[in-house]
Design a protein around this ligand. Structure first.
Ligand code: GLY
Length: 364
């Protein structure tokens, strides 16, 4: 039983691919094992929104992690584009969060003030000004614009990450189940794939909602289904990511819109439902009066892995230092990818002394 790899990564979603690319970039020999095909899990149903001040505004630890990761994004995308020899659609034109009730208006105006005091540029505006900025929307009571936010086209990012990881020597095995992940007395970890047993100094478990079921001492994560629609839009141009009380809209440069997302505990059921698709279509029509004439292109569903406190698990398995978990990213897998990749690479190759690891440790 040879030891060809410095680390074996279980899972080829956004987290596994970002970690694989970062480890390969730092010179490690990497094997990525995926039970299905790369990016077939929650990643393929992700909208790619980069919005920590919306997604994480209620949680200090998550807010710190997501804002730090957003700060890494420009260099992350540029690096992947360079390593992969590709271009990735990535926009930082902000989010416009719309209030259609007095309660939401009060909350968003207050959030804008809090962000400004913290040094984050945020602009509260009345409904008429919001409709001037985005003529496609139903005029709201008011709206909060946060300019630092953005989006990325996830399939382009993951294709770039895979190409960049491969350019660094990483290998991907698809349709292979990693079983019997076992820490050995010499500090290495063995893993069985079919009839083969592989050994490496480190195994990284980045299997999304399945992570807690794959290796020893795994953290508890709950699958939370998200359904997402793709429309072809022919109405007035939409420039910013739009966020209403019951859906968000991500406009791509080619005229497609993503409409997301449901938040449902449905076990491991990854199918779109009539109720989910209908709710998103109705929400889109309320937000965009012209949505009825958009073309329905696709519906997707994925299982976001949620930890009990909403903060991801990035850290060593208690009692098993050769096993590193990177899961529980819930709504922010894409946003947290650059930071997660760096933390995982530090844990595998370095001392893992980054203070963020105290927030993400499995025993916290
Ligand atoms: N980050 C958006 C979502 O999970 O729906």
């Amino acid at each position: 039983m040879g030891q060809e790899w410095d680390a074996i990564i279980v899972g080829a979603g956004i987290v596994g691919l970002a970690a694989g690319r970062e480890l390969a970039r730092r010179g490690a020999r990497i094997l990525i094992v995926e039970q299905q095909t790369a990016t077939s899990g929650a990643t393929q149903a992700s909208a790619g929104i980069l919005a920590p001040h919306i997604e994480a505004s209620g949680d200090d630890a998550l807010h710190r992690l997501t804002t730090r990761s957003l700060g890494l994004y420009d260099a992350f995308v540029a690096g992947v584009e360079q390593d992969a020899g590709t271009t990735i659609e990535y926009g930082r034109r902000g989010t416009l969060e719309l209030a259609t009730t007095a309660g939401a208006a009060e909350r968003l105006a207050a959030l804008g003030g809090t962000l400004e005091r913290a040094g984050v540029s945020a602009q509260w505006m009345d409904g008429a000004e919001a409709a001037r900025l985005e003529p496609a929307i139903t005029t709201p009571l008011g709206a909060l614009f946060i300019g630092a936010h953005g989006y990325i086209r996830v399939a382009e990012l993951t294709a770039g990450l895979l190409a960049a990881a491969r350019a660094g020597g990483a290998e991907l095995l698809e349709h292979r189940k990693a079983e019997a992940i076992t820490p050995q007395d010499d500090g290495t970890v063995t893993l069985r794939i079919g009839r083969k047993t592989l050994r490496a100094p480190a195994v990284v478990i980045a299997a999304g909602s399945w992570s807690g079921l794959v290796g020893p001492a795994g953290p508890a994560v709950t699958p939370v289904r998200g359904q997402l629609l793709e429309l072809r839009w022919t109405g007035p141009a939409i420039t910013r990511v739009l966020w209403s009380e019951d859906c968000y809209i991500v406009p791509w440069s080619d005229g497609r819109l993503l409409v997301g997302a449901t938040v449902e505990e449905a076990g491991f059921d990854q199918w779109n439902t009539v109720a989910g698709v209908r709710a998103l279509l109705e929400a889109a029509c309320r937000l965009l009066p012209a949505a009825g004439s958009a073309t329905f292109m696709a519906a997707r569903a994925g299982l976001r892995p949620r930890s009990a406190d909403g903060v991801p698990f990035i850290g060593r398995a208690p009692g098993h230092p050769g096993i590193v978990y990177a899961t529980g990213h819930y709504r922010n897998g894409v946003l947290l990818a650059p930071l997660t990749a760096a933390l995982v690479a530090d844990l595998v190759l370095g001392d893992g002394a980054d203070p963020a690891l105290a927030l993400t440790a499995l025993a916290r």
